[in-house]
Write a protein that binds this ligand. Structure first.
Ligand code: ZN
Length: 452
């Protein structure tokens, strides 16, 4: 008896072990099979094609699978009533990108259930594994102002795309579809290149254009991101290791300020005299340099930047931008930016168009802030330091932008004389960026700034 009972116990134990092993094997098979949610149906009423590669995050996968099943069931129900000759159609597809701890899934359902064309449903799921929650663009971008900056850059890129594609969009259409709100920035992802915003068909451009992807590089967006999402691997384009002298502009708040701007340089001899003078007078200025002059006046440009002055573009070879082909324009802008970047490590944000000639079309192509002037020193005409000084001093006011050229010695001395005199009247001398910050103006890409 005792032996038999033991045997029975043994058998039960064996059965339990076999059951557990089978369960583990089944679970393993089930798990493997589960990494893909894939279905293909093709019959005389409809065809259905679902392809979803799971992330392995149960929460996220369940949410997406539930959505697929819901849409699929509705579709099949509709399809059963399909008496037409046209087969109904259902396609589910999803693109996944991963960055840091975040998953970016952009799913698209395209279905045909009669009528003239396909229907399309886009949905993005952006999930942080670390925080175990779904994110929106606001979780990545630090503050409203930065969101506005992102929107401005995107708007400008859209302008460029519409220009390239030769599609006319109204200003209002572009403004509305790129304004900084959640609906406009629902679909996006990060990768090694930067951020890519996906605009679904009919959001900006029509059906025939499909989806429109707009990418901003890390160089453009790293500063706009919350600390957590900044690209720590991103090495700034600054390879020259020039650290410009900074100053606390709060100390200038409430004071009268003027922005002196110098075009057509740099020029080793005259620009050096100017920099010595600016340094002595604790004044800063903005230099709109010609790309073609940078390589053989590089040291003086580096010095200007290092001492806290601002460097902007005056194009490569001083042509009238309104008369250039697309390719010529591109060359004038990009080649200058590249040359300046090689010299001082940063891409300039400001442009002064030669002769002040610019229109909306050119602005769309540059993605820079257009800076003109409202005090013309007439220096190139008079070439007389006292006349130049008088012209500036007589018209000076808080928020003005002064036009000068640092390639003429008389201009340089005239500017320094004016600065001395205006200092006595309580003025401070700032760069364009300092001025816009002090005056609370966020520079955009549409406006031509003559003063602040
Ligand atoms: Zn010029």
């Amino acid at each position: 008896m005792r032996k038999r009972r033991l045997n029975k116990k043994g058998k039960i134990l064996l059965l339990i072990i076999i059951f557990i092993i089978t369960l583990i094997v089944l679970l393993f098979i089930f798990r493997n099979d589960n990494s893909l949610f894939n279905q293909i149906i093709n019959n005389n009423k409809y065809s259905l094609n679902i392809y979803y590669e799971k992330t392995g995050i149960n929460d996220l996968d369940k949410l997406i699978k539930d959505k697929i099943i819901k849409e699929k069931n509705e579709f099949i129900k509709l399809s059963k009533q399909n008496d037409s000759d046209n087969k109904f159609d259902f396609i589910f597809d999803a693109q996944m990108q991963k960055y840091n701890d975040c998953y970016f899934i952009h799913s698209v359902i395209q279905k045909y259930v009669g009528g003239a064309h396909y229907e399309r449903i886009d949905k993005s799921y952006i999930y942080s594994k670390k925080h175990k929650k779904y994110l929106t663009i606001n979780d990545f971008i630090e503050g409203e102002e930065n969101m506005q900056k992102l929107s401005l850059m995107i708007k400008h890129k859209i302008y460029g795309i519409s220009y390239d594609k030769d599609i006319e969009l109204t200003k209002e259409e572009i403004e509305n579809s790129t304004a900084p709100n959640l609906e406009n920035y629902e679909h996006f992802y990060f990768n090694d290149e930067g951020i890519t915003i996906i605009f679904v068909p009919m959001h900006v451009f029509g059906w025939s254009e499909g989806e429109t992807k707009v990418t901003l590089s890390w160089n453009d967006i790293n500063d706009l991101l919350k600390k957590e999402y900044k690209n720590m691997n991103y090495i700034s384009d600054n390879k020259t290791n020039i650290t410009p002298k900074t100053r606390d502009i709060n100390t200038l708040k409430g004071k009268k300020v003027i922005a002196f701007t110098f075009d057509d340089g740099p020029n080793n001899s005259t620009t050096t005299i100017l920099l010595d003078g600016l340094k002595k007078l604790d004044a800063r200025a903005t230099f709109f340099v010609l790309g073609s002059r940078v390589s053989y006046n590089e040291k003086v440009l580096q010095r200007a930047y290092e001492e806290g002055n601002e460097i902007g573009s005056h194009t490569y070879s001083h042509k009238n931008l309104l008369k250039l082909s697309n390719d010529e324009l591109k060359y004038e802008i990009e080649n200058t930016n590249k040359t300046i970047q090689e010299a001082i490590g940063i891409i300039p944000k400001l442009i002064r168009p030669p002769y002040g000639n610019i229109n909306a079309k050119v602005k769309q192509a540059t993605m820079m802030h257009t800076i003109c002037w409202n005090i013309d020193s007439n220096d190139w005409r008079t070439r007389n330091r006292n006349k130049i000084k008088d012209e500036i001093v007589n018209h000076a006011y808080d928020g003005a932008i002064v036009l000068l050229h640092d390639i003429y010695e008389e201009s340089v001395y005239g500017a320094l004389l004016a600065i001395k005199e205006l200092k006595n009247r309580g003025y401070e001398f700032v760069t364009i960026s300092e001025m816009s910050e002090l005056k609370g103006t966020m520079l955009d890409y549409d406006t031509t700034y003559f003063g602040f």
